[in-house]
Design a protein around this ligand. Structure first.
Ligand code: DAT
Ligand code: MG
Length: 148
C-alpha cells in the first residue's frame, strides 16, 4: 500500500472542479486519508516546488499556487502514486489524453488544475509538508470489492 499527495490547484478550485476531481479518485477505489483546503503560504509553495527553483517559470508558479485556496488530499491504495498520476495525466493539458483530468479539463501547462506526487520519496516529503498533523487511519470496508 502507498499513500500519495494530491492537490487541486487554485485554477481547479476557481473553476468549481473540486467535486469532479475528488469523485474520480473515489470511484477509482483509492482511499481518502487526508483532506483540507488552505491558501498556501509562499514558504510552503516554495518548499513544495523547490526542485523547480531555478526554472524560468518558478516565480509565476509560486504566484499562481499562492493566489487562492488549494485542496490538499492524501489518497492511499496499491500503487497509489502511479494510479493517481495516471488519473491526472501528463503536465500539458493539450497533450493529455481524454479520460485524464488534465486531458478532459485543461488547455495549458501551468494552469493544469492538479498536482500528484511522482515517486515514493516525493510523496513522503509532500505529505509531511502539507499534512504535518498527520493523515487518517481508517478501515475502508468497501476496499474488499476493489482488490481480489
Ligand atoms: P507535473 O505537475 O506534471 O508533475 P512538473 O513537476 O514538471 O509537472 O512541474 C510542476 C508544475 O510546474 C507543473 O504542474 C506546471 C508547472 N510547469 C512545469 N513546466 C512548466 C513550463 N514549461 N511552463 C510553465 N509552467 C510549468
Ligand atoms: Mg511534478
Amino acid at each position: 500500500m502507498e499513500t500519495t499527495y494530491v492537490m487541486v490547484k487554485p485554477d481547479g478550485v476557481q473553476r468549481g472542479l473540486v467535486g469532479e476531481i475528488i469523485g474520480r479518485f473515489e470511484q477509482k477505489g483509492l482511499k481518502l486519508v487526508g483532506l483540507k483546503a488552505v491558501v498556501p503560504s509562499e514558504e510552503t509553495a516554495r518548499t513544495h516546488y523547490a526542485v523547480h527553483a531555478e526554472r524560468p517559470f518558478f516565480p509565476g508558479l509560486i504566484k499562481f499556487v499562492t493566489s487562492g485556496p488549494v485542496v490538499c488530499m492524501a489518497w492511499a491504495g496499491k500503487d497509489a502514486i502511479s494510479v493517481a498520476r495516471n488519473l491526472i495525466g501528463p503536465t500539458n493539458g493539450r497533450e493529455a489524453a481524454p479520460g485524464t483530468i488534465r486531458g478532459d479539463y485543461g488547455m495549458d501547462i501551468g494552469y493544469n488544475m492538479i498536482h500528484g506526487s511522482d515517486a515514493p520519496e516525493t510523496a513522503e516529503f509532500e505529505l509531511n509538508l502539507w499534512f504535518p498533523e498527520g493523515i487518517m487511519q481508517w478501515d475502508q470496508t468497501i476496499s474488499r470489492w476493489f482488490y481480489e
